[in-house]
Ligand binder design. Structure first.
Ligand code: HEC
Ligand code: HEC
Length: 281
């Protein structure tokens, strides 16, 4: 299976360099780390990475039934062969990203798995259920069974799913109350990992690298305006943001940060509080 890891030039060497400079020690761990523990004021939110459990079996009959549903609802954008070249795709955006996903290519953005891995079935189910703000309708109108049939049909379009056993990333810690200290710490993490190079100092999506970013298919892909959580394609709850930051959005220009937060996952929750503090809607 192909392993493509999306880190967009942020290498271990670069990280060791930062560590050698003592950049990380600028972020102190003392009091804030304690707040994240399951203390009295910790938010009792269960972090469910993939909440959809009731499912029907992946049989040939269900794949065939999924195909019929696909031909009714998805070909318009994703095309008859699943290559993302349906007639509506042309109207959605000809020269800029995103184009409807090419299901034969085997790269997915909205995963709870490590960068370079296939998504879990539950990830596909979640995307089909919720849709993608601004680009794809949600299909909650279909029964749970029918949405699973669609998942199985989509999987049948790429050989990369055969034998793949993607694992969910570990979720370490829980959301932390969004007090001033946590938001400030999150801001330091935002600076340390140079999120601003793409998303801009104020999160408006206007960082210096923004005009240069392209997706895997060579189309210009602007970074998200972090002040507009309702436009987040991968969702805007703390659990959704954890997935986005740790797993990255493969095929796009949003890198994955799971390697960099290993051992300091607490900082992701502070970063999430910082992102939420930018919301202006
Ligand atoms: C109006 C157009 C449109 C329709 C209709 C549509 N999609 Fe999409 N879909 C898109 C676009 C655009 C993307 C890519 C978004 C991106 O890359 O940010 C996408 C992406 C996806 C993805 C990839 C998610 C990922 O993790 O990368 C899946 C799965 C998907 N669509 C399934 C479906 C299914 C199943 C249907 C029919 C039930 C459907 N879509 C109907 C436009 C559409
Ligand atoms: C190399 C440029 C780049 C860097 C660095 C970067 N991002 Fe992104 N980010 C993007 C792009 C491009 C998108 C939009 C991707 C898409 O639509 O497929 C994005 C999307 C997002 C989103 C919205 C996801 C969604 O659901 O729509 C969040 C949140 C985010 N980034 C947070 C961060 C944080 C936090 C950091 C630093 C730890 C960071 N980004 C670093 C380019 C970058």
């Amino acid at each position: 299976m192909k392993i493509r890891k999306y880190t967009q030039g942020i290498t271990h060497t670069a990280l060791s360099f930062l560590l050698a400079l003592g950049v990380s020690s600028a972020v102190s761990t003392s009091t804030l780390a304690a707040e994240g523990a399951a203390g009295a004021d910790a938010i009792p939110l269960p972090i469910v990475v993939s909440p959809y459990k009731d499912r029907i079996p992946e049989t040939a009959a269900n794949v065939a039934a999924g195909r019929a549903l696909y031909e009714r609802s998805c070909i318009w954008c994703h095309g008859i062969n699943g290559e993302g070249k349906g007639p509506v795709a042309w109207f959605l955006a000809r020269d800029t990203a995103p184009h409807p996903r090419d299901f034969t290519y085997g790269v997915y953005k909205f995963r709870s798995t490590l960068s370079g891995e296939m998504p879990l079935d539950e990830d596909l189910f979640r995307t089909i259920t919720r849709g993608i703000p601004g680009y794809m309708p949600g299909f909650r109108g279909y029964s749970t069974e029918d949405r699973w049939r669609l998942v199985y049909y989509i999987k049948s379009l790429s050989p990369d799913f055969k034998g793949a056993e993607p694992e969910a990333i570990k979720v370490v810690g829980t959301p932390i109350p969004a007090n001033g200290a946590s938001i400030h710490r999150g801001y330091q993490v935002y600076k340390k990992f140079k999120c601003w190079e793409c998303h801009g100092g104020g999160g408006a999506g206007d960082g210096k690298k923004a005009p240069t970013l392209k997706d895997d298919w060579g189309f210009r892909l602007p970074p998200r305006d972090l002040r507009r959580p309702s436009a987040f394609k991968n969702g805007s709850t703390p659990a959704d943001l954890y997935r986005t930051i740790m797993a990255g959005l493969d095929g796009g220009a949003m890198p994955s940060y799971s390697d960099f937060f290993e051992g300091s996952e607490q900082d992701v929750w502070h970063l999430i509080n910082y992102i939420n503090s930018l919301a202006a809607e």
